[in-house]
Design a protein around this ligand. Sequence first.
Ligand code: NAI
Length: 469
Amino acid sequence: MATTYDVVILGAGPGGYVCGIRCGQLGLKTLVVEKAQLGGVCLNVGCIPSKALIHGSKVYYKAKNGGHLGISGDLKVDLSKMVGWKDGIVSKLTAGVGGLFKANGVDHVVATGKLVGPGQVALTKADGSVQIVAALNIVIATGSSPVQIPFLQWSEDVISSTGALALSNVPDRLAVIGGGVIGMELGDVYARLGSKVTVIEAENQLLPMFDKDMVTPLMRKQKTLGVIHLVSTKVTGAEHLDGGGVKLSYEATKAGKSTTGSLEVDKVLVAVGRRPNTADLGLESVGVKIDPRGFIQVNPQLQTGVAGVFAIGDVAGNPMLAHKASKDGEVVAEVIGGHPAINDSVIASVVYTDPEIASVGPTLKELQASGRALRIGKFPMAALGRAMTADATLGFARVVGDAVTGDVLAIHIVGAEASELVNEAALTLEMAAVLEDVGLTVHAHPTMGEALMEAAKAALGEAIHAVNA
Ligand code: NAI
């Protein structure tokens, strides 16, 4: 008699593996099905490897440009070695997930999973053998894949983020199509390592999901690295060159007028978004519906319209972020375990460029458009002793509160360590704090975090280290 699992989870990324561990902790008989290495995009070809190369490229860039700190010398980059260091970190983390499964009594199988009927999952192994398992609950956590531009098929010279994390040499000339999160982070890496980078973005602003003033410091910094930004520009064609490289044609639109141009590069990084992996899962066999963009529709408990079938992480819609997927996974485990839970948490956004960009809550533009009366406090990093001593004075912190209640509605941070400061910002919103809570909390000195305290005080007209508006 085949085992009946309480939960079968398809996919072991930060959504699926966290869900599996929490299910194990709750005493549910759980199987995690993963066709590749544990950890999904995040651990293998996303968040973690990119952060390793971001760090490596910053160490190189800072040392190379440390003349004003009295640091000089001949430096060179061995990218293969840096990539090898990154691979070691990935191996450690993915092995760690396997260890956590064992410790929590979670079963794991290397196979491709497919729904074949209510409560039935087929597992196809690499040798072609197929096994059917029964499940009281099924969690779809299959993640997303890079969107391809039809006339730019993946090749040695046309790469996605996965390829950009495994290059053995720094390309002389790199075109980045898409000035979103991936494009700006990896473009920044290669600009620091010495590539001549051109970013091509269809919208009229890089990182269009952020307020423009949050992106300006990054654009200025990238210009000092020689990065060219082409906004309101679409790539219209591509031609592979004899001997390697690609010639891209593009069309730019400015004030209603179109101009065309072309660009020859050694590598093209295509980063124009990701699409959910919801094809070939047998969803139709149980009646789970997907929307026109391929996402599975879920309610706040991550339930699909079909009893006992859940969807979490990238397949369940935006934001496509690892920490959102993990929270979804925990929520689903609680729901299956009989505990009330929903994912209505504050989800921070972070772009790991130099300077970093991070936020919680709506953009300033969205808040202003809502018509709500606001108190806005902005504090420049340049006014912080810690920022000066870290040689990182670019950026600012902004705290936006409701003018009547003082409730903190959004926190926007640009600067070094913004990715760390944003966790205080998330807690601020989770705890429904008011401006005084942030402004009156004593922040250790000297730290970058003082910018949040000062920005909250500035919203109250009480900043100490800046002239109040
Ligand atoms: P994205 O949605 O962040 O950015 C794609 C950009 O490409 C957009 O600005 C869009 O206007 C532009 N675009 C689309 N088609 C284009 C075209 N034909 N020509 C020029 N520009 C075009 O997508 P991205 O950067 O690929 O990232 C995918 C997902 O991964 C996102 O949901 C992102 O949030 C997530 N991610 C998050 C990270 C983080 O949290 N630090 C890091 C990396 C990825």
